[in-house]
Write a protein that binds this ligand. Structure first.
Ligand SMILES: Nc1ncnc2c1ncn2[C@@H]1O[C@H](COP(=O)(O)OP(=O)(O)OP(=O)(O)O)[C@@H](O)[C@H]1O
Length: 262
């Protein structure tokens, strides 16, 4: 089957911290992939490597059929990225920020203004089009980031925690938008900690744990081994079953009754 993205034995360490220990997976055009794992598992690191923001120590990445090592920068015009913790230019208005992003992609100003305003209207934030981003709430900022990642009509989306800060209604819209984008032939690679969304939305789920892919398949297939929800499967595969004990320890620590020395 044709692939749009291939990770082959990708490794990355920060000092002595071995974050990616040989990551392998493939993504096919038009798939919605949920990339999940515990905090610090290396999800954002993986995406940053694919986007050329970090360099892997070893392994190969093929995007659009070419190794990233000899792809130059042009491939980035076909990618839409929502970073996990984006710094927006606070002093710019949403309009100015989106025009700035549009300019980076070489899109005509009038088209950017019209697209931005329409998308903002649909997401319910068009009244703030001319307001400074410093006045935007967390969810409003997230919506601006989502819009900015789509202005250039990319082929593949890398959305890191796209539902961050969104209210339940907005989550619903964004989920539907992802389904529409899929229908339009886009490939979507996203990470999220909201397990029931990942379970329902993803064609395939890739679970990263301790630097390795520990599960890769449609939920229905993964479920055969777990016989439960994605959350239960996630807990099982990441070896996490002592939450009750940890919660009790946490409250003990809060009261200053913990046995750990400073
Ligand atoms: N620039 C960096 N320098 C040093 N260590 C880093 C750097 N970026 C990431 N790390 C480390 O790499 C590990 C993986 O981080 P990463 O942000 O990829 O995790 P994640 O799976 O996206 O986590 P989360 O679910 O919390 O967002 C963490 O231990 C983190 O501290």
């Amino acid at each position: 089957m044709e692939t749009i993205l291939e990770m082959r034995e990708v490794r990355k360490s920060f000092g002595g911290n071995h974050v990616l220990k040989g990551v392998n997976f493939s993504v096919h055009p038009g798939e919605i992939i949920g990339y999940i794992g515990p905090n610090g598992a290396g999800k954002s690191t993986t995406v940053k490597i694919i986007l050329g923001m970090l360099q892997q120590d070893a392994g190969e990445i093929l995007l659009f059929g070419r190794s990233l090592l000899d792809s130059g920068d042009e491939y980035k015009a076909r990618i839409g990225y929502v970073p996990e913790n984006a710094e927006l230019y606070e002093t710019l208005s949403a309009e100015e920020y989106l025009l700035f992003v549009g300019r980076l992609y070489g899109i005509d100003e009038q088209i950017v203004r019209q697209k931005s305003l329409s998308m903002m209207r649909i997401l319910g934030i068009d009244a703030a089009f001319k307001n400074r981003l410093s006045s935007f709430s967390k969810g409003m900022r997230q919506k601006v980031l989502i819009i900015s990642s789509l202005l250039h009509n990319p082929d593949i989306l890398f959305w890191d925690e796209p539902l961050n800060g969104l209210d339940a209604n907005s989550v619903q819209i964004v989920k539907e938008i992802l389904s529409e984008l899929k229908k339009d032939g886009k490939t979507i690679f996203y990470s999220s900690h909201i397990m029931d969304t990942v379970e329902k939305l993803s064609d395939r789920i890739i679970i990263l744990n301790e630097g390795m892919v520990v599960a890769d398949g449609p939920f229905e297939e993964l479920q055969k081994d777990a016989d439960g929800t994605l959350e239960q499967l996630f807990n099982q595969l990441t070896g996490f079953n002592e939450y009750a004990e940890l919660a009790a320890d946490f409250v003990t620590a809060m009261k200053g009754e913990s046995h750990y020395d400073a």
